[in-house]
Ligand binder design. Structure first.
Ligand code: NAP
Length: 534
C-alpha cells in the first residue's frame, strides 16, 4: 500500500527537522524519511575523532524558539560533535518530531506524477509513499566519496571513511594509522588522533591554509551574557555575508600601511573562529594582490610553527591563496608534525599507486598500516541529488538536467520539477553560510509559499525557464568576482573521485546571505514573480 501525505521531506538533519516543525504548524500531514537511525544529519554521520563546529556554537543553534534558546546550554564556544548531536536530539524531543520521521529509510527514487500532480518516492527495500510536495533536506555534504585508488577494499586492517564513522569507540593507541586527505575533516581528525596514536602517516595531496580555532569552555558569565544577547547575536549574523558573527572589515588590505596590515592579521590570527576568513579586509577574497598579503602572512605562520623547515614547505599550499578554499580551523594541527611518531607523505612527490592488503603503496614505498582513514570528502552539493533517481515532468532526470552544472531558481526549485523544493540546494546562499541561519530562511520562505498557495487554493508551483536562466546567470556573474572560483575545490564542483566532476562548476551562490534574502523577499512581494502557480 502507498501512503499519501501532503508533504514528504527527505532527511532529518538541521533542515528537515525545522521544516517538519514549520509544516506541522500549518496543520499539514508531513512525513520525513531519513537514512540514519537518528536525527542530526551531518552531526549524526560525522562522528570521527575531533569533529566539532567551526562556527561559534551560540550562533549555530536554531534561533526560532525562545524555549530552546533558554533551556539549551552549549558548553564550549565551538561544540564537539557529540554535544551537537545531543542538541539535535534535545530539539527533536522538545518538538516531538520523531513521530513523523521514519528512520532507516533511504530514498532511492522520486518521480513526479503529472496526472495526479503528486510526487511518489520509493524507499530502499521497495516501500512507496506519495505527497503533493517533495522537499529535499539532504544537505550539501552528505554523499561521501571513497578515493578511486586501485585496491580499496583489499586492505586487511581497520578502514573507515570519516563520514560513516562507526558508532562504537575506535582506538588508536599502539596502532599504525594512515589517513588520506588534508581537508577540514582530516585537519580535525589528525590533531585528535595524534594525541593517542602509535604512529600516524598523513597522505597529503593538496595542503590547505589552516587557521587557529581558539576553542575554550564557555564560562558561567559568558553563558549568561550569550543568553541575554541572543537577539543581538542573530541580528549581527543576519547582516553579515555568510551569517557568521564575523563582519568583513570595511578597509581594503592595500590602503593601509604594511604595519597596520600586519597588526590586523596578528589580531585575527589570535582570535577565535572564522574572523580571519570572514572578518578580514573586504578585498582579500576578491583582489589577488590583497589576497597575496594574507597568504604571505599565513605562510610565515606555518614556517614558525613547524620545526623542520623542509616539512613546513610541504605543508604550505602552492596552488591557491588563503581563503580561496574552505579554511580548516585547527587546534594544534601544525604542531602535530613536530611529533616524532607523525610522518607526512607528500603525494605530489610520491603518488599512491594502490591500497594493498598490508597498507598503502606509493611510488616510493609500501607503508604498512593497522588502520586506514579515508578523509576524502564528499560529492558536494549535487552529489546527494545524483544518488536519488529524481524524475520530473516527462520523466526527465534531474541528474541529466544538471549534468553541465545546476540550473535553479533561487537555489530552491528547478524548472520541469514542479512542487520540488531543494533546501540548501545548489545556487542557494545556504551553501556558503553559517548553515542553520540560512536554513531557517529557506524553510520559512518555503513554508510561507505553501501557506499562501493553500490560502489561494493553488496546488502546483514551478519556476519559469526564463526565471531559472536569469538566476543561474546571476549566480555565475556573482561568483566570477570571487577568487575561489579560480581554484579547484568542492565549492566549484570538483571531485577527483567522481566521473564528470572534473570541470569547475558554480555550485554555491556567492552574493551573500543578505542579498539572497532580499531577493527572496522581493520575489514574494511581487506575487512570486518567476514562478508559475496554478
Ligand atoms: P575535502 O575538503 O573535500 O577534503 C578531501 C581531502 O581528501 C582533500 O585533501 C583531498 O585532496 C583528499 N583526497 C580526495 N581524494 C583523494 C585521493 N584519491 N588521493 C589522495 N587524496 C585525496 O573534504 P572534507 O575535509 O571532508 O571537508 C568537506 C567540507 O565539510 C569542508 O570544506 C567543510 O565545509 C565541511 N566540514 C565542516 C566542518 C566543521 O564545520 N567543523 C568540519 C569538517 C568538514 P585534494 O584537495 O587534492 O583533492
Amino acid at each position: 500500500m502507498t501512503t499519501s501525505y501532503d508533504v514528504i521531506v527527505i532527511g532529518a538533519g538541521i533542515s528537515g527537522m525545522y521544516q517538519l516543525h514549520r509544516l506541522r504548524e500549518l496543520g499539514l500531514r508531513v512525513r520525513v524519511f531519513e537514512a540514519g537511525e537518528g536525527v542530526g544529519g551531518t552531526w549524526y554521520w560525522n562522528r570521527y575523532p575531533g569533529a566539532r563546529f567551526d562556527s561559534e556554537s551560540w550562533t549555530y543553534g536554531y534561533s526560532f524558539s525562545e524555549d530552546i534558546l533558554r533551556e539549551w546550554e552549549w558548553t564550549e564556544h565551538f561544540a564537539p560533535q557529540p554535544e551537537t548531536l545531543r542538541y539535535c536530539n534535545f530539539v527533536a524531543d522538545k518538538l516531538d518530531l520523531r513521530r513523523d520521521i521514519e528512520f532507516k529509510s533511504r530514498i532511492r527514487a522520486a518521480r513526479y506524477d503529472e496526472a495526479l500532480n503528486q510526487w511518489e518516492v520509493e524507499i530502499e527495500g521497495g516501500k512507496r509513499a506519495r505527497a503533493r510536495f517533495l522537499i529535499t533536506a539532504i544537505g550539501p555534504l552528505s554523499a561521501p566519496t571513497m578515493p578511486t585508488i586501485p585496491g580499496v577494499g583489499m586492505f586487511r586492517g581497520e578502514a573507515y571513511h570519516t563520514a560513516t564513522w562507526p558508532h562504537e569507540p575506535v582506538t588508536f593507541a599502539g596502532k599504525r594509522v594512515g589517513i588520506i586527505g588534508t581537508g577540514a575533516t582530516a585537519v580535525q581528525a589528525i590533531t585528535e588522533i595524534a594525541k593517542t596514536v602509535g604512529r600516524l602517516t598523513v597522505f597529503q595531496r593538496t595542503p590547505n591554509w589552516c587557521a587557529p580555532l581558539h576553542n575554550r569552555r564557555i564560562t558561567p558569565e559568558e553563558q549568561a551574557s550569550i543568553k541575554a544577547r541572543y537577539a543581538e547575536i542573530f541580528a549581527t549574523c543576519r547582516d553579515s555575508f555568510g551569517c557568521f558573527i564575523h563582519q568583513a572589515d570595511p578597509r581594503h588590505a592595500l590602503e593601509v600601511t604594511p604595519e597596520v596590515r600586519e597588526a590586523f592579521y596578528e589580531k585575527l590570527y589570535a582570535e577565535p573562529g572564522f574572523g580571519i576568513w570572514m572578518g578580514n579586509f573586504r578585498d582579500v577574497l576578491i583582489n589577488a594582490e590583497a589576497n597575496a598579503t594574507i597568504t604571505e602572512f599565513m605562510r610565515r605562520k606555518i614556517r614558525s610553527r613547524v620545526k623542520d623547515p623542509a616539512l613546513a614547505e610541504k605543508l604550505i599550499p602552492r596552488n591557491h591563496g588563503f581563503g580561496t578554499r574552505r579554511v580548516p580551523l585547527e587546534s594544534g594541527y601544525y604542531e602535530v608534525f613536530n611529533q616524532p611518531n607523525v610522518r607526512l607523505v607528500d603525494l605530489r612527490e610520491t603518488p599512491i599507486e594502490r591500497i594493498t592488503p598490508a597498507g598503502i603503496k606509493t611510488s616510493a614505498e609500501e607503508h604498512e598500516l593497522d588502520m586506514i582513514i579515508y578523509a576524502t570528502g564528499f560529492d558536494a552539493i549535487t552529489g546527494a541529488f545524483d544518488r536519488i533517481e529524481i524524475r520530473g515532468r516527462g520523466g526527465r532526470r534531474l541528474k541529466d538536467k544538471w549534468a553541465e552544472g545546476p540550473r535553479t531558481y533561487l537555489g530552491l526549485q528547478s524548472e520541469g520539477f514542479p512542487n520540488l523544493f531543494t533546501l540548501v540546494g545548489p545556487h542557494n546562499a545556504a551553501t556558503f553560510c553559517n548553515i542553520p541561519r540560512c536554513i531557517e530562511q529557506n524553510v520559512d520562505w518555503v513554508t510561507a509559499l505553501l501557506r499562501d498557495m493553500r490560502e489561494r487554493g493553488l496546488t502546483c508551483v514551478e519556476p519559469t525557464a526564463e526565471a531559472e536562466r536569469e538566476w543561474t546567470e546571476h549566480v555565475l556573474d556573482t561568483g566570477r568576482r570571487m577568487l575561489f572560483t579560480q581554484v579547484d575545490s568542492w565549492m566549484m564542483g570538483i571531485n577527483s573521485n567522481v566521473a564528470g566532476k572534473d570541470k569547475r562548476t558554480f555550485m554555491v551562490y556567492a552574493g551573500g546571505a543578505p542579498k539572497y534574502r532580499e531577493r527572496c523577499e522581493q520575489v514574494t512581494a511581487a506575487g512570486y514573480v518567476g514562478f508559475v502557480l496554478r
